[in-house]
Design a protein around this ligand. Structure first.
Ligand code: AMP
Ligand code: MN
Ligand code: MN
Ligand code: MN
Length: 281
């Protein structure tokens, strides 16, 4: 009898908004019993080489990944996880560089809005967590504001200031869905809709998003996700069956104490679905 693969196809390091350096993420995954891991930093590939080297040392199977920020429809941000991409692909690298290039200006606009509601110095604060202006994220703002004692935790900072509709939220144009899928497929990868249960979409809008994704050649949906309730996992399993998409298992781990679920500590995929890793292993 063979054990099922403990696959985790989505997590973050300090190269984007995670708390652990890429080799530490891999070591923690290994300690948790993960035997197939993808590192998927936001819009950035710089952590993959050192993560892969550590994975090789530990004999852990490693998949090169990235989580691409996409704007879809009427100001909805959707994340598309790319798996098994060639990190040296020029088109993918150029596309991601273009996506990252908007982050610094957005952060300055966010800081101006926060300043107007009495939170001063947020840009400098967020940057001290991010290290790199091209990677500064709302998560870095949230850590800074929480550390100032202005909120109980990172999640409450989002609820009060950073979520869509709150005073520090600034609409932003990320990649188009079509461009993101083109870069991913051009780099030999497969595309996965990240944490679909997190988007505030009506049933009709979700159907349209997943329909466009499928029509444009997208391959999979995160069914088991650190961001999903059991009911959401059942809902997205149904979409996989209906649209004949593969399914992913994905913690979206950002760091100890800051994530819903630790690396690899996830329920199994429903066994009638095709695991996304079967498409490239
Ligand atoms: P950004 O790409 O700058 O818009 O930042 C998005 C990141 O913020 C996500 O990848 C999460 O790491 C984090 N995030 C978004 N919403 C929340 C939330 N409600 N609670 C905690 N973290 C969140
Ligand atoms: Mn994140
Ligand atoms: Mn995401
Ligand atoms: Mn993520």
């Amino acid at each position: 009898m063979s054990m099922p693969v403990n696959a985790d196809m989505h997590c973050h390091s300090t190269v984007s908004d995670g708390l652990l350096a890429p080799p530490e993420v891999v070591r923690r995954a290994h300690a948790n019993g993960v035997d197939l891991l993808a590192l998927t930093d936001h819009d950035e590939l710089a952590g993959l080489a050192s993560a892969r080297q550590t994975a090789n040392e530990l004999e852990l199977n490693f998949v090169d990944g990235v989580e691409v920020s996409v704007s879809w429809g009427d100001d909805t941000t959707v994340h598309i996880v790319a798996l098994n991409i060639d990190p040296d692909n020029p088109g993918l690298n150029a596309g991601l560089a273009q996506v990252r290039s908007g982050r610094d200006a957005r952060a300055l606009l966010m800081a101006a809005e926060l300043d107007a509601v009495g939170i001063h110095g947020a840009y400098e604060g967020a940057l001290s967590y991010a290290g790199n202006p091209a990677l500064v994220s709302r998560a870095h703002f949230a850590r800074h504001i929480a550390a100032q004692g202005l909120a109980r935790d990172v999640k409450s900072v989002f609820d009060t200031w950073l979520a869509k509709g709150k005073p520090g939220y600034v609409p932003h144009s990320w990649a188009t869905l079509e461009d993101a899928l083109g870069w991913i497929h051009g780099a030999g990868g497969v595309a996965v809709v990240a944490h679909p249960g997190r988007y505030r979409l009506t049933g009709v809008e979700m159907r349209r998003l997943l329909g466009e994704f499928t029509e444009q050649g997208g391959e999979a949906i995160e069914v088991i996700s650190g961001a999903h309730s059991p009911e959401q996992a059942r809902e997205f399993a149904r979409y996989c069956r209906e649209l004949q998409l593969a399914a992913s298992r994905a913690s979206d781990f950002h760091g100890p104490g800051e994530s819903w679920i630790d690396l690899g500590r996830l329920p199994a995929l429903p066994d009638d679905l095709t695991p996304v890793w079967q498409l490239f292993l």
